[in-house]
Design a protein around this ligand. Structure first.
Ligand code: FE2
Ligand code: FE2
Length: 296
């Protein structure tokens, strides 16, 4: 299904870039109009305090003069019992004071229990009370930063925690109640479908598409029968097919990001990343070929 140009416009294209790799940066910047970075990757521990890496902060601030920059965080942990990580909020306050970001996004998950880092991210149970509490916490983050805020669903590595609400209703309810947009990760959805039987047709039927602002595209590996949401490969055709459904259904979609983990950059190599971003640009052009025709 091609997007109807009267309803959906071509979103911008972005790639993840965390600074500190000028050779890759200089090849990627001509291909995209937006860069997405993860504030957590800028964190250094100095004298027992977590502070942002000054050089990379300056690089991202300079980059923001020619490109739109958005932030995608990992360490907020809003679904921890004790609430969002206060130290992490201070870190991103300092980063956003120097790097002007168009919006900030985070995951509906938790990385800490009782202050202990889990080494992964888990999804909370989908009770209505949990959704309401998360919405209150995320609305507070949005007001504190004064930035548009997007929420992303978490790929489950443990069995589905269940709850009163379906995955799409949980996500849509929290987005509406917190005044947030939705970041849909097409590869994470595929992981949940492969590992836990997530019903994608039902998910798409129940999702509040009017709130979807951003898509993540990525590829990953299968290990011991688990489709891992470790974003370390280029996108598969099946992932792009899911994204095409979103392109045709999300009228407020603003951005499509090729999301690649910093650790995967040396494994994939610069050539493969640059080729993937160029290919995604052509794929978007093709999907919205009717756009130009409608305008012209
Ligand atoms: Fe994410
Ligand atoms: Fe993602």
């Amino acid at each position: 299904v091609l997007p109807d140009p009267a309803v959906c416009r071509r979103p911008s294209l972005a790639v993840t870039y965390q600074g500190g790799d000028a050779a890759l940066r200089d090849r990627l910047l001509p291909l995209v109009d937006t860069i997405e970075f993860t504030p957590d990757t800028l964190a250094l521990v100095q004298g027992g305090r977590v502070v942002p890496d000054r050089e990379r902060l300056a690089e991202l601030a300079a980059l923001a003069r020619t490109h739109r920059v958005v932030a995608h965080g990992v360490g907020l942990s809003p679904a921890s019992h004790e609430g969002c990580d206060a130290g992490y909020l201070e870190l991103i306050d300092r980063i956003f004071a120097q790097v002007p970001v168009a919006w900030h996004s985070e995951h509906l998950g938790y990385t800490q229990v009782d202050g202990c880092f889990l080494g992964t991210m888990l999804a909370p149970t989908r009770q209505r009370a949990v959704a309401d509490q998360l919405a209150d916490r995320l609305a507070a983050v949005r007001r504190r930063q004064g930035l548009p805020f997007l929420i992303e669903h978490v790929a489950q590595i443990l069995p589905d925690p269940g709850g009163e609400l379906s995955p799409a209703v949980f996500l849509s309810h929290i987005a509406a109640a917190s005044g947030s947009g939705i970041l849909l990760d097409c590869y994470n959805l595929e992981c949940d479908a492969a590992n836990h039987g997530l019903d994608l047709a039902r998910f798409f039927a129940e999702l509040d598409w009017s709130r979807v602002r951003e898509l993540h595209l990525a590829g990953g590996n299968v290990v011991a029968g688990m489709q891992l949401d470790v974003h370390c490969q280029v996108t598969r055709p099946s992932t792009r097919q899911l994204a095409e459904i979103a392109l045709a259904r999300a009228p407020q979609l603003d951005l499509v990001v090729f999301e690649v983990l910093q650790e995967a950059v040396p494994l994939l190599g610069h050539d493969a990343i640059v080729a993937e971003v160029a290919d995604l640009a052509g794929w978007l052009d093709h999907a919205f070929a009717g756009d130009a025709a409608a305008v012209g």
